[in-house]
Design a protein around this ligand. Structure first.
Ligand code: PEP
Length: 249
């Protein structure tokens, strides 16, 4: 059985002092979590988060990475820097990166490859917009994104990677996909992985749901057969609500 993994994407929130408050509060609440726990603070808080999380079940991830190794790329962070800071995971292809920074499946795939090449694990995001869902092309969009972002990844990498299905219309909006809508797309993604790799690889693949996951809807979503965890935005900024989501898993 796949272990559930709950990841928190802090986005552009929390100073260094806030980071220490939040991680310490989480440590007090999460002594023996039943699910895997990942926190993804902003770059400025990564080293501190790693330090505070040492010896606890909490793992640390970054929210993005450059495809370049070093050099004149102002504002960018390389995979080597993330690895040296002690990160184990990196979110790639979040819809906010796709929307505001025009990231494409091809670039996201290169980032995922970069993350794997350094021995870290990517959390690879896909998801349709509201217009795409309303036009009835969700399956087409998800199929295209999955094929694009996974191109060239080996079966072993696929079995290690985390896929996050995040319908764009449900992110930060308070609108959650119904369990049926979410499960339907998760099953589609697992079927695609079975076709692209093998049924065995698909069985091992971890597919998280993201989009306004809260303590009161987490249990039902996480009970679906193809939903293996959650990528949480807003609700991960508070230790009580993030811990409640982890408990729900
Ligand atoms: C996210 O940003 O990945 C996300 C799912 O945000 P929220 O939980 O706030 O909708």
């Amino acid at each position: 059985m796949r272990k559930k993994i709950i990841a928190g994407n802090w986005k552009m929130n929390k100073t260094v002092a806030d980071t220490s408050d939040l991680i310490n509060a989480l440590k007090a609440k999460l002594t023996e979590p039943k699910a895997g726990v990942i926190v993804c603070p902003p770059y400025t808080s990564l080293a501190l988060a790693v330090e505070l999380a040492k010896g606890t079940p909490i793992k640390v991830g970054a929210q993005d990475v450059s495809v370049n190794d070093d050099g004149a790329f102002t504002g960018e962070i390389s995979i080597g820097m993330l690895k040296a800071a002690g990160c184990e995971y990196v979110i790639v292809g979040h819809s906010e990166r796709r929307q505001y920074y025009k990231e494409t499946d091809e670039l996201i795939n290169r980032k995922a490859q970069k993350v794997f090449a350094s021995g870290l694990i990517p959390i690879i995001c896909v998801g349709e917009t509201l217009a795409e869902r309303e036009s009835g092309i969700t399956s087409q969009i998800i199929t295209g994104q999955i094929k694009g972002v996974l191109a060239g990844l080996t079966p072993g990498q696929m079995e290690t990677a985390i896929i996050a299905y995040e319908p764009v219309w449900a992110i930060g909006t308070g609108k959650t996909a119904t369990t049926q809508q979410a499960e339907e797309v998760h099953l589609l993604i697992r079927t695609l992985i079975a076709e692209l790799y093998s049924p065995e690889t698909a069985e091992k693949a971890v597919i998280q749901y993201g989009g306004s996951v809260k303590p009161d809807n987490a249990k039902e979503l996480l009970a679906q057969p193809n939903i293996d965890g959650a990528l949480v935005g807003g609700a991960c900024l508070n230790a009580d609500s993030f811990a409640a989501i982890i408990d729900a898993a």
